[in-house]
Design a binder for this molecule. Structure first.
Ligand code: FES
Length: 141
């Protein structure tokens, strides 16, 4: 099977179930006769594929040069401290998963991040505090 087809299958399952669970990977392995080791290697290679359950809000902070040079690291440190996570982890309340990503095409408005695929730009710590507050409020309503 071509990798592009496999990626489409994995992405489709993830879109439906939120992440690629061990159970899902075993089912795909059986259905398409693909070794489970190959599925894991593909699923863990591509950053858009997740093998662990995600928070309600998936934050992908840009880690490319324009953002890093525009205080992106300050935003990263703030997110880790505020959400009590390391990059790649999900907060204990299961609301936020935080990742770093490469350029998301908003360099002229750096630093930037995506939350569930939506861009947030010209970030400051104050703005990120507001965004997290709004998301927490929305999660509880
Ligand atoms: S470098 Fe961050 S959006 Fe391009």
């Amino acid at each position: 099977m071509k990798d592009k087809i496999l990626l489409n299958i994995l992405q489709g399952v993830q879109d439906k179930e939120g992440y690629l669970s061990e159970k899902s990977l075993k089912e795909i392995s059986k259905k398409y006769n693909i070794p489970i080791s190959k599925l894991y290697s593909v699923a863990t290679f591509y950053t858009m594929l997740k093998t662990e359950k995600q928070g309600k809000y998936v934050i992908e902070l840009c880690g490319s040069p324009s953002c890093v040079l525009n205080k992106g690291r300050d935003i990263e440190k703030f997110l880790e401290k505020e959400l009590k996570v390391e990059i790649g982890e999900t907060s204990k309340d299961n609301l936020f998963s935080v990742y770093k990503t490469s350029c998301i095409g908003c360099c002229d408005e750096a630093p930037a991040m995506l939350i569930n695929g939506e861009p947030y730009t010209k970030l400051t710590i104050k703005r990120v505090k507001e965004i997290l507050g709004e998301l927490r409020k929305n999660a509880n309503t």
